[in-house]
Structures are given as structure tokens and as C-alpha cells.
Design a binder for this molecule. Structure first.
Ligand SMILES: Nc1ncnc2c1ncn2[C@@H]1O[C@H](COP(=O)(O)OP(=O)(O)OP(=O)(O)O)[C@@H](O)[C@H]1O
Length: 220
């Protein structure tokens, strides 16, 4: 029974549809599972509803159609498009605070935070203030902080949008590390390399085309 519970997906979508304008759908009939230990990409052009779908998965937005089933006790962390930290706090502190919040003592939190920073290629930046980090370093710090919370589900919005290729490649390998630690990872992205690193991809460009086709058919 216990093993069945731990292997169940963090979130399941059943026939989900949503849109903000009456009779217009960003996507419709979307069914998907988000198992722990896997990365699912959400792709589609700008405005196709990727961030909206993440909000629905997180339970912030209620879909107009369908059901969202979240496993009991699922903990969720978001990593947003724009890295947001405390300018004068160090990188190490950003991660250590998440561990202190989980109940670790100061020494254990500092040690684990340092190990996490190393995993994310930030060992040399542990004592840098957030304001001194590059865009890529700040983005990776946000991912390290999300992992420190040991969430069941991590939602990542456009992690490589403002990064050059080298930093984007590092973030992509970090996403795989997040899933390997047992979280279900859902990443909204335009980036072909990010999507190639995913176990499955929900493509909203196809969904939008279908939804618009249906609307055109219904209202010629
Ligand atoms: N709360 C809201 N109220 C009304 N319209 C909204 C709301 N949130 C999003 N939209 C609209 O829904 C559409 C999808 O937005 P969303 O941000 O989900 O797209 P996206 O695929 O993530 O885009 P991008 O790649 O540019 O971030 C857009 O046209 C947006 O303006």
C-alpha cells in the first residue's frame, strides 16, 4: 500500500481545458500525468498558455473544464522566469534558509546548502551576495533553493529564457538532477534543448490549433 502511494503521480490532469475569453480556449481536452522522478516539458509559442497550465497544475487557477487531481500531501515549489532573491543575502544563505525552514539545525543546513550549491555549479559563488550573481548563476540558485525544500513537484517557468547557450546547457543538466532527486519536474520552455532533455512533452501549439479549429467550425 505504501509503495503504491509513493509511486502514484504527483498530479494528474483529466480532460483539462482553459481560456480567459468566452468561447475561446487556450487548450482543451488535456490529459497528462506528472510522475515523481520525471521531467515533463510544456511547449508552445508565446501566449499559448504554458504559464497558465503551470498555474492550473499548482492549483492557483481553476480550469474551466476537466479535473486536476493532486496526490494528498503534495508539496510544490515554483521557479519563476525572473530569478528573485534578496540582494544583500549570500547565495549560501538563500539555500540554507530553505533547509532551516525544513527543521535542520544551522550546521547541517550550512553543510547541505554548500553541497547543493556545488551540485548546481555554484561552489565558487557560495559567499557572493545575490546582487553579485550573473543571470545564469541566479537562475541556478533558484533551482538549488527549490530542491532544498524537497518538494514533490517543481514547476519551472522558462528557465533558459534569458541565458546564453553555455548557461542554458548547465540549467538543462540541473533539471535532470532535480528529477533524479525524486521530484516531479514540469518545465515550460521554448528551448529545443530543454525539451529534448524531458521524458515527455505537452505541446500546447497543437492544442491551440485544435481549439481554434473547433471554435471556427462552431462559429463560421
Ligand atoms: N489572468 C489572466 N486573465 C486574462 N488573460 C490572461 C490571464 N493570464 C494569461 N492570460 C492570457 O492568456 C494567454 C496565455 O498566457 P500565458 O502566460 O499562459 O502564455 P505563455 O505560453 O506562458 O506565454 P509566454 O511564452 O510568452 O510566457 C495570453 O494571451 C495571456 O495574455
Amino acid at each position: 500500500m505504501r509503495s503504491k502511494l509513493t509511486s502514484e503521480p504527483a498530479v494528474v490532469l483529466h480532460g483539462v481545458g482553459h481560456g480567459f475569453v468566452r468561447d475561446q480556449w487556450l487548450f482543451e481536452g488535456l490529459s497528462a500525468t506528472f510522475p515523481r522522478g520525471t521531467i515533463t516539458g510544456v511547449s508552445g509559442p508565446s501566449g499559448s498558455g504554458k504559464s497558465t497550465l503551470l498555474s492550473i497544475i499548482a492549483g492557483w487557477e481553476k480550469p474551466r473544464r476537466g479535473r486536476v487531481v493532486v496526490a494528498r500531501g503534495t508539496t510544490i515549489r515554483w521557479v519563476f522566469q525572473n530569478p528573485f532573491g534578496v540582494p544583500r543575502r549570500t547565495a549560501l544563505d538563500h539555500v540554507a534558509l530553505a533547509l532551516l525552514a525544513r527543521g535542520l539545525g544551522r550546521a547541517a543546513a550550512t553543510a547541505e546548502a554548500a553541497a547543493l550549491l556545488a551540485d548546481f555549479g555554484l561552489a565558487g559563488s557560495a559567499d557572493s551576495t545575490f546582487s553579485a550573481l550573473s543571470g545564469g548563476e541566479a537562475q541556478r540558485l533558484m533551482l538549488a533553493r527549490a530542491v532544498a525544500g524537497h518538494p514533490d513537484l517543481i514547476l519551472v517557468d522558462e528557465p533558459t529564457a534569458q541565458l546564453d547557450r553555455a548557461n542554458a546547457a548547465t540549467v538543462n543538466s540541473v533539471l535532470a538532477a532535480l528529477a533524479a532527486r525524486g521530484s516531479a519536474v514540469v518545465v515550460a520552455s521554448h528551448d529545443a534543448e530543454t525539451l529534448a532533455a524531458c521524458d515527455a512533452v505537452v505541446d500546447l501549439s497543437a492544442r491551440a490549433a485544435t481549439a481554434q479549429g473547433e471554435a471556427a467550425h462552431a462559429h463560421p
